[in-house]
Design a protein around this ligand. Structure first.
Ligand code: 5GP
Ligand code: ZN
Length: 112
């Protein structure tokens, strides 16, 4: 757990969140500002700052990917988009790795 990390606090139960599903190494909860009818964040329980750091722990990275699939099955999503924003210029605002799982509408491609 890293001090002053919002998602570490959510994992620890110190900040409330609407939990969707969890596994031994990952937690999925609803995004507080949804950008689609379904907008779930899947985070490693261990603090890793971004997808680059997540890749340094292959077991946890694999668990997060499995968690994304489990969330999609749990919510009955037949189509969804998974986004990892990396770096402030790409929109990352919380520096604890997280996958955005977006669905529930036609998302279009390429993104706008
Ligand atoms: P980023 O911008 O880092 O890719 O994504 C961070 C996401 O965290 C945003 O989509 C934002 O809406 C969400 N978020 C920020 N604060 C909270 C919070 O306190 N609780 C939850 N559930 N989501 C949050
Ligand atoms: Zn953290």
């Amino acid at each position: 757990m890293v001090e002053d990390c919002l998602f570490c606090k959510i994992v620890a139960g110190e900040v409330p969140a609407t939990v969707v599903l969890s596994g031994a190494d990952w937690l999925a909860f609803e995004d507080i500002g949804p950008k689609a009818p379904v907008h779930v964040l899947v985070v490693p329980k261990r603090h890793l700052a971004d997808i680059g750091e997540l890749g340094s722990d292959p077991a946890v990275a694999a668990a997060v990917v499995a968690g994304i699939g489990a969330v999609a099955r749990h919510l009955g999503l037949s189509a969804y988009r998974t986004v990892f924003n990396t770096g402030a210029a790409a929109g990352q605002s919380v520096f604890h790795a997280h996958a955005h799982v977006l669905g529930g509408r036609d998302l279009g491609w390429p993104p706008g």
